[in-house]
Design a protein around this ligand. Structure first.
Ligand code: HEC
Ligand code: HEC
Length: 316
């Protein structure tokens, strides 16, 4: 009896020493200067500050219970990774369109339940985004961005076009169908942002959107193959440097679609393809064989059902 309590004492003492000793093994987690904080109205920033800035900014504030190792190790790793993906302390130098795209992606991460990270939410319940807060973020995204001062009139014209694009719901005047018979889908503007990418090769900025079927498939992780009814839109704008050399979102370039129907479109990898170019939405392609171009480039992606975009992580 006494022996075992002595053993218990020594084991506890040993573990305490180990616990204290490992406290000194601390990967560095500092807060570099905030160079260009997100430009957004205070109520929008407040929400992101409370729920996201601990990981996605250079203003990380740890709670006392995040400080002891090993919790600290996990937090430090998450913060480092989160900053690499999205850092609100640096995003302010990007053109308005790209900041907005990052917010679109953030909103869809929140809606999918992926952000804030579920494990973090459990210990930081205050970081949970409420439906009211989500509504504030969405409302902001649906409003016009106040234009920054620019000298170049083309830049403002392009901004106006972008804002108009953002606002004009699904009412688009008559648009001719694609040569393979696929009709234009004006409703794509209401689909969810799945990812946004930039390409410097042809100076366009693009956003990938998915319809409800796509969003549900992502949430349920049924994305290989994607269910029939899934549709993606890829929207691209020109990038345009303003007179200060800052790259901004320029004029609308094109929108293209992939529509999943494994039977109807069996001849083209199980997807229907369509593209419309320019502000006046001219259908792309001389005849229905234009799709061989799309198929040719997407064909190598057998392992992801011919889809390039790796959707943001679903619920876990
Ligand atoms: C505990 C740390 C943590 C918190 C808090 C957090 N995130 Fe993240 N976030 C991450 C990590 C880590 C990643 C990296 C990718 C992953 O894990 O999938 C990430 C990735 C992302 C991405 C994908 C970025 C990209 O393009 O690859 C977005 C968008 C995002 N987070 C938004 C948010 C938003 C919005 C909030 C607040 C509502 C938030 N996050 C809160 C840790 C966090
Ligand atoms: C030169 C190669 C290439 C060709 C040709 C091409 N695509 Fe793509 N497509 C891509 C890449 C790369 C992406 C991933 C997003 C990005 O980086 O822009 C993509 C993404 C897409 C997406 C978003 C879903 C996804 O797979 O990520 C749609 C929709 C799409 N393409 C439609 C089309 C249509 C319609 C055509 C033909 C008119 C076409 N593509 C031709 C390379 C190509």
């Amino acid at each position: 009896m006494q022996r075992s309590s002595i053993a218990f004492f020594w084991i506890t003492a040993f573990l305490s020493v180990v616990f204290v000793a490992i406290q000194f093994v601390r990967p560095e987690l500092d807060n570099p200067p905030v160079t260009a904080d997100l430009q957004a109205p205070p109520q929008v920033k407040q929400i992101l500050r409370t729920s996201c800035y601990n990981c996605h900014s250079n203003e990380t504030r740890l709670s006392w219970f995040d400080e002891p190792v090993p919790a600290y190790w996990m937090v430090a790793r998450d913060v480092r990774e989160a900053r690499e993906h999205l850092n609100f302390s640096k995003i302010g130098k990007l053109p308005a369109g790209q900041q907005r795209a990052a917010l679109f992606e953030s909103v869809s991460q929140i809606e999918l339940g992926a952000m804030p990270l579920p494990a973090y939410k459990r210990v930081h319940p205050e970081s949970e985004i409420t439906p009211e807060q989500l509504a504030v973020l969405k409302k902001y995204l649906s409003l016009a961005t106040p234009s920054e001062a620019t000298g170049a009139p083309e830049a403002s014209a392009a901004d106006l076009q972008y804002e108009k694009w953002m606002q004009t719901g699904s009412s688009t005047p008559e648009v001719a169908a694609a040569p393979n018979g696929i009709a234009f889908m004006p409703d794509y503007k209401n689909w969810r942002a799945i990812s946004s990418t930039e390409r410097f090769d042809n100076h366009t900025m693009r956003e990938i959107l998915g319809n409800d079927v796509a969003v549900k498939a992502i949430a349920e992780n049924h994305i290989n193959p994607w269910p029939d009814g899934t549709s993606f839109a890829k929207v691209a704008w020109y990038q345009q440097p303003d007179d200060k050399g800052v790259v901004r979102t320029g004029a609308f370039f094109q929108v293209e679609f992939m529509v999943r129907d494994s039977k109807k479109y069996a001849g083209t990898l199980g997807w229907g393809w369509a593209r419309w170019r320019g502000a006046d939405l001219q259908p792309y392609g001389k005849d229905k064989n234009f799709t061989s171009e799309c198929v040719g480039c997407h064909n190598p992606l057998r392992n992801t059902n011919y889809v390039f975009t790796e959707p943001i992580r679903g619920q876990q």
